[in-house]
Design a protein around this ligand. Structure first.
Ligand code: MSP
Length: 608
């Protein structure tokens, strides 16, 4: 929205359709959620919602992925958003945290979908049906453990959107105004002049395009409902100042604060029905359709039963979003929520984008990477591991085939798989049991630099077991800080240290007939299997199938796979170890097969 248009639309301007004056003549709301000002009291709910437990181990949490546009098939960028949320959700379960939900779905309304359907020679409902099921399949295929899949075309969602609109209207947050500006259909939003540049269209005619995405914009002038976003500038700033963890990683938090220092014009929240039929009509004004972003954002509420039962979850909500949709989630959404009498989400976890060979992924460049093909080629766990290990939320990451093969082979097949293979080989562990730990070989010491003459373990061994012992907490902190890639980096480092430990002591050279040597041999294997048990447990949120195979091989029962059962090297600390002497699980072969390098898997257009 350009500055001039913004001024014309400001509630203060006496332009075309002046907004209904707020009491006191101020454009600022009088009463906001949570002690600040909010507009008018909201309609009472029939039953007061139960509140989400705010803290403690029984705390509920709704994790969400964005809902995906139903105008094209899934690509790896979409999958990445979903995998981040999935890994966080699975890690919560591993911690034995309170009830959790993982929501996802498809965003099915709007001009973008209307136009895509027309271009595909089909109707919007048919296109959405097809694309939505592709997303459902892709996420299921990639082992994303979602609990809810919302489609914005569903009646329960539409009902929630209408109710939400009513709450905005009743609170005095909406007014009707004449609106004009540059509309970008692929991004479904108006863009200010500062975000546009001159270009030429396919016919060589001059046109304007979005600076960030290169998509063409069109001048749009219509009567719309406006949302008093400008009135929420201070409340939004206060929310962020009071909640420095609300947006992670930190550079994105700063970016939002910076936006809030600039002009924050009101937001057009409806379109003329004559231009946009594929959407939810404005309640009691059938000439207007609700703006697709308001419609889509409400999915986070409709999934938890808004307006009846959402209080059981809201605002214990963490949204995982890509950087391109940060403003919608960190500015518009919290303001809309406040205006509707609800608290902003607890956290917004932001990630950057995947490029392909240094280029933006785009249909026109033909470099869009197909998640189905990737999973077929690299396996579910191989591809999940790659995206989560190499994806760094703070910055864009580059995808190329050779990198997947290299990372997955070296870390999953060689380092982790090799370690399991070596430590469970019949030649080294003929009884196929979890052997005993000997305190005389690995005595407890206060200072590992003073180990001379005390047992068989070296200072290096003590240092290594100390780093494995601290791994679960380190990993938990990295998950909490939305740095899953760092958690994986630490795990890999420990796997490599375990390989070195095993290699250093050459257990295959030890003489099993000598009781002293036998004790030490068993201890080496015991320590190695204990390490593998830790890695298998901690890797469950990222590579669930491989972790399951690893833990089954170690005979770790399903109820022993949570963090609460993860007492590492109990015997070193003088406690009993439930695994000692246990028969190992069946050998089902290589843990992770090495990948072959092959052609880059791209989306084939016929998929739609
Ligand atoms: N429908 C909206 C979201 C509404 S949520 C209330 C939307 N959909 S999307 O399909 O375009 O994008 C969904 C997610 O995929 C976003 O988090 C977006 O950042 C992510 N990605 C799209 N392209 C991407 C990459 N190239 N790389 C990584 N993620 C990217 O926006």
């Amino acid at each position: 929205i350009c500055g001039a248009c913004a001024a014309a639309r400001s509630p203060l301007a006496a332009a075309a359709a002046p907004p209904p004056a707020l009491p006191g003549g101020s454009p600022l709301p009088r009463r906001l959620y949570g002690g600040a000002a909010m507009l008018r009291p909201l309609r009472r709910l029939s039953r007061p919602p139960r509140r989400a437990a705010a803290t403690g181990p029984g705390r509920r949490l709704l994790l969400s992925t964005p809902i995906f546009y139903a105008n094209g098939p899934p690509h790896i960028g979409h999958l990445y958003s979903a995998l981040l949320a999935d890994a966080l959700h699975r890690h919560r379960r591993l911690r034995g945290a309170g009830p959790g939900r993982l929501s996802t779905g498809t965003d099915e309304h709007g001009l973008k979908i209307q136009q895509a359907a027309a271009a595909a020679g089909t109707s919007p409902p048919e296109l959405c049906e097809r694309v939505s099921s592709l997303f459902h399949q892709a996420l299921t295929h990639a082992a994303v453990s979602f609990t809810d899949f919302t489609r914005t075309s569903e009646p329960r969602h539409q009902r929630a959107v209408r109710y939400f609109w009513g709450a905005l209207r009743d609170g005095g947050a909406l007014y009707k105004g004449s609106y004009e500006g540059w509309y970008c259909t692929p991004e479904e939003c108006f863009l200010p002049e500062s975000q546009l540049t001159e270009h030429r269209d396919a016919q060589g005619r001059p046109c304007k395009v979005s600076l960030e995405t290169g998509h063409q914009v069109h001048w749009t002038k219509e009567e719309n409902y406006m949302f008093r976003l400008s009135a929420f500038q201070d409340p939004l700033r206060k929310w962020l100042r009071d909640n420095p963890q609300a947006i992670s990683p930190h550079p994105f938090y700063q970016r939002v604060l910076h936006w809030l220092e600039e002009d924050l014009p009101d937001l057009s929240v409806s379109r003329e029905r004559s231009r946009l039929q594929w959407g939810i009509p404005v309640p009691s004004d059938s000439t207007q359709t609700i703006y697709v972003w308001v419609d889509a954002l409400v999915n986070y509420l409709s999934v938890v039963g808004y307006p009846e039962t959402h209080g059981e979850w809201w605002p214990a909500v963490h949204h995982v979003v890509g950087k391109d949709i940060l403003k919608f989630h960190a500015v518009y959404w919290p303001a809309l929520l406040m205006a509707a009498g609800l608290a902003p989400p607890e956290r917004i976890l932001v990630h950057s984008h995947w490029t392909v060979h240094g280029q933006k992924m785009s249909k026109s460049l033909g470099n869009v990477i197909d998640p189905f093909a990737c999973i077929g080629q690299y396996t579910v766990d191989g591809f999940r591991y790659f995206l989560l290990r190499q994806g760094v939320p703070e910055r864009d990451c580059d995808y190329y085939d050779e990198k997947v093969v290299k990372v997955v082979n070296s870390e999953l097949a060689d380092a982790l798989g090799g370690l399991l293979n070596r430590s469970t080989a019949l030649s080294i562990n003929p009884s196929n049991t979890y052997p005993c730990f000997s305190e005389s070989c690995f005595p407890k010491v206060l200072d590992y630099r003073e180990t001379k003459g005390m047992g068989r373990a070296s200072a290096e061994d003590y240092e290594f077991v100390a780093s494995v012992a601290s791994l679960p907490l380190q990993v938990a902190n990295y998950f909490e800080g939305f740095q899953i890639y760092k958690a994986l980096e630490c795990i890999v480092l420990c796997v490599r240290q375990t390989n070195s430990f095993f290699q250093r002591h050459r257990p295959w050279k030890l003489n099993r007939k000598d009781p002293a040597e036998q004790l030490w041999l068993d201890t080496i294997i015991h320590v190695t299997l204990e390490c593998l048990r830790v890695y298998g447990t901690l890797l469950q949120p990222v590579i669930p199938h491989t972790a399951d195979r690893l833990l089954s091989r170690l005979a770790v029962e399903p109820e022993e796979r949570g963090l609460s059962s993860l007492t590492f090297l109990a015997r070193y600390n003088g406690k009993s170890c439930p695994f000692e002497g246990r028969q190992l699980g069946p050998d089902t072969g290589i843990l992770f097969h090495r990948l072959e390098k092959s052609r880059q898997p791209q989306i084939e257009t016929k998929k739609l």
